[in-house]
Design a protein around this ligand. Structure first.
Ligand code: ATP
Ligand code: FE
Length: 354
């Protein structure tokens, strides 16, 4: 089976063709991602209206490119999958409309997929990880622990109560005068820093459960920076590196400790696996710390390649394939849902999508 996937829920427009074999294993034939970073660069964040327009403009081209790269004509596609939420409504609507048009024109079944389910199921696409597994989704917009029990069965064990770590990396980079995206810039800058020079907080570290908080940490970096500036008239290279290292060390410690705690919810006697996804999972110290926790917990550690860890449409196509055995296709009443927690029903079952 050949599945065409569409993704447009944030600031990447993406299309992909994934081939599914008789055992349900997926092969990515093409995965096209058109980013919008340059369009939003002047605004310090994603501007929803600009994003929606860019998605509406680019989707057709991405679909054409994905089909061409896979050397598959539209007529040979067996199903159309699209992110139906959660995300910025204008972008999600653009994708859902495009997918409905393709489905109506070809007569092929349409599947509305939860974006987070796409991320959460990616380790099965890349590494055929058996259910259940523990998933840490850690990106610019999300941070949560999921116990993935099946294609439509997710237990949310906890997550951030304010900022996502990627967002914190980006904001802290701005505070320190480092370039965007902040994650890679901080990681590089921290290499020459002393993580213990400044005492930075680890919010919620000792609280029960897996909830996390990163906004207080960001504020502490702001205060420390201002103190350096007030004391010395500016931020030296070493201050920058020490603050970057201290911030990164705090994030590493929080993620590692909460991951250890998340393992307490792991079903007994099941094969143990820890998977990560999201742009922040590219961070080497974070990755190393999580790998160490997995080893302690006797669990396999799986980090899919970065291109499939960040927003893409192959994960959406594959998630539709995983779910298609459990549910029927959606019809043209499929609606876009800006908010869609993973543990609730699909939008087509909820009518208006509110
Ligand atoms: P979402 O997918 O949740 O809507 P997003 O598109 O912003 O959000 P991703 O593309 O998965 O998220 O990841 C981007 C984020 O990852 C940015 O905030 C970036 O700073 C962060 N990031 C990328 N590389 C690193 C790194 N090496 N260390 C830390 N953070 C990183
Ligand atoms: Fe995402």
């Amino acid at each position: 089976r050949l599945i065409l996937g569409l993704e447009s829920s944030c600031d990447d427009t993406a299309a992909a063709v994934v081939q599914i074999d008789d055992e349900g294993r997926g092969t990515v034939l093409s995965s096209v991602v058109a980013g919008q970073t340059a369009l939003h660069a002047d605004f310090g964040g994603v501007v929803p209206e600009i994003a929606a327009r860019a998605h509406a403009e680019k989707l057709d081209h991405c679909v054409e490119d994905a089909l061409a790269e896979a050397s598959v004509p539209l007529s040979q596609i067996d199903a159309i999958a699209v992110t139906a939420g959660p995300g910025l409504i204008g972008g999600v609507v653009s994708g859902v409309m495009c997918a409905k048009g393709l489905s109506a024109a070809t007569g092929k079944p349409l599947y509305g997929v939860n974006h987070l389910a796409g991320h959460a199921l990616t380790p099965r696409l890349t590494d055929n990880v058996p259910y259940p597994y523990l998933m840490l989704l850690v990106s610019g917009g999300h941070c949560q622990f999921l116990l993935v029990r099946g294609p439509e069965s997710f237990d949310r064990l906890g997550g951030t109560i304010d900022d996502a770590p990627g967002e914190a990396f980006d904001k802290v980079a701005r505070l320190l005068g480092l370039p965007q995206p902040g994650g890679p810039a901080i990681e590089r800058c921290a290499e020459t820093g002393d993580p213990n020079r400044f005492a930075l907080p680890r919010p919620l570290l000792d609280r029960d459960g897996c909830d996390m908080s990163f906004s207080g940490l960001k504020t502490a970096v702001l205060r420390t920076r201002d103190k350096c500036v007030a004391d010395a008239g500016g931020l030296t290279r070493q201050d920058q590196a020490d603050l970057a290292a201290g911030f990164q060390a705090a994030v590493v410690e929080v993620l590692a400790k909460k991951t250890r705690r998340a393992f307490a919810s792991y079903p007994a006697d099941a094969p143990r696996g820890l998977c990560v996804a999201g742009g922040v999972a590219a961070n080497k110290p974070i990755r190393a710390a999580l790998e160490a926790v997995a080893a302690e917990e006797d669990a396999a550690f799986i980090a899919p390649p970065l291109a499939l860890c960040t927003d893409n449409a192959a994960m959406i196509a594959f998630a539709a394939a995983e779910q298609s055995g459990l549910r029927s296709a959606d019809d043209l009443t499929l609606s876009a849902r800006p908010r869609w927690p993973l543990d609730t029903a699909r939008p087509s079952m909820l009518g208006s999508g509110k």
